[in-house]
Design a protein around this ligand. Structure first.
Ligand code: AMP
Ligand code: MG
Length: 344
């Protein structure tokens, strides 16, 4: 087995566990070698495992991830997003135009629960600097006037925002990136791979031994444990959880990094995690954030009106909701009760 760790060899990505059937592979036909690339990018530990003999692949993947990070980062000074935020308009690369266009469609589709202009509030609460604080209502109201995805314009490669607005692609960048990595792998003729971007997983094909991939979803009440596993092939499995980046305020309340764009406050609606399963990584990523903000009832409504994703949500009172299209592929490892959500 060839392995290359670009940065962090041996790091355990505990959010989602991929239970590929490595043990059994010896009993079946001999699979291709597994190449592994572990890197830290986009503020995230990433691990890509692809079944191939092509030793050039890790460098190719790392190059693609770094290229996208340099376009999408809101903190790197020369990224497309930073130029847009500082100048109010910018001519952007094809990938930036594509992610912006797709993200804006999702903002619209989710009634603004996803809003990529929420960055001034993400900063205000300290989620970018780590200097967390509970701001005053005046400070929140002041920032809210600069939030509104409808004021982001995209005309071909020219993107622009209204005065004072700031774009943040944090809710969709990893999904777009895993889609891109999948495309690169397919172009290289690879049929079997798992892309794990900080717990957001996208799979290509099946494991070489013919089984589907078993992807674990983290238990939001005990993040060392796996809540359930999902058997999938050619799907993304992307989770937004209240445990990911959060802080406890002086008032004793826990504030999570997903902001409700309507209130300007961290979302607190009884949902503790939402996992979205679908073919398109960007859609799954954007929807996991949006459905988290929308809450149980509206999330179920949106799922019933859609045909491009399935979801699993966990509520703060300890219930698991699983939409019927994925229910048979899930194995609950927890003591929480599951309810299958039907189309009606
Ligand atoms: P995710 O982990 O994919 O749910 O994305 C959360 C990240 O997206 C946060 O760290 C913020 O940078 C950003 N964000 C927070 N709330 C929203 C929102 N309502 N719409 C879009 N982006 C958001
Ligand atoms: Mg997301």
């Amino acid at each position: 087995m060839l392995a290359r760790n670009c940065l962090l060899k041996g790091l355990t990505l505990s959010i989602l566990t991929v239970f590929a059937a490595f043990i059994s592979s010896a009993c079946f036909r001999s699979p291709p070698d597994m190449l592994e690339c572990d890197i830290f990018a986009m503020d995230t530990f990433m691990s890509i495992r692809a079944y191939t003999d092509d030793e050039e692949l890790p460098a190719l993947i790392e190059g693609e991830i770094r290229r996208l990070e340099e376009l999408f980062s809101a903190t790197l000074p020369n990224s497309d997003v930073s130029r847009l935020n500082s100048d109010g308009s910018a001519s952007v690369n094809n990938d930036t135009a594509a992610i912006l266009g797709d993200a804006l469609l999702l903002c619209e589709r989710t009634g603004g629960a996803l809003d990529i202009s929420v960055y001034p509030l993400v900063c205000l609460w300290g989620f970018t600097s780590g200097e967390y604080k509970v701001p005053s209502q005046d400070e929140i109201d002041d920032r809210l006037q600069y939030v509104g995805h409808g004021k982001i314009k995209l005309d071909g490669a020219l993107a622009s925002v209204a005065f004072g607005m700031q774009v943040d692609l944090g809710a969709v960048a990893k999904g777009y990136t895993s889609d891109r990595i999948c495309s690169v792998l397919r172009e290289q003729g690879i049929e079997s791979a798992v892309i794990n971007l900080g717990g957001n997983v996208q799979t290509l094909g099946r494991h070489p031994d013919g089984r589907c991939w078993q992807v674990g979803v983290k238990d939001p009440f005990d993040t060392q444990k796996t809540l359930l596993t999902i058997g999938i092939e050619d799907r993304a499995v992307i989770t937004s959880g209240n445990y990911e980046r959060c802080f406890t305020g002086d008032d004793g309340r826990v504030y999570c990094h997903i902001i409700d764009p309507k209130t300007g406050r961290p979302t607190d609606n009884g949902i503790v995690s939402v996992t979205v399963i679908g073919e398109n990584g960007l859609i799954c990523d954007g929807l996991s954030t949006a459905l988290f903000v929308m809450g149980e009832e509206k999330a179920v409504e949106l799922w019933r009106d859609s045909d491009d994703f399935e979801m699993i949500y966990v509520t703060s009172d300890g219930r698991i909701g699983i939409t019927e299209g994925i229910a048979d592929s899930c194995t609950n490892l927890s003591r929480l009760e599951t309810a299958v959500i039907a189309r009606e």
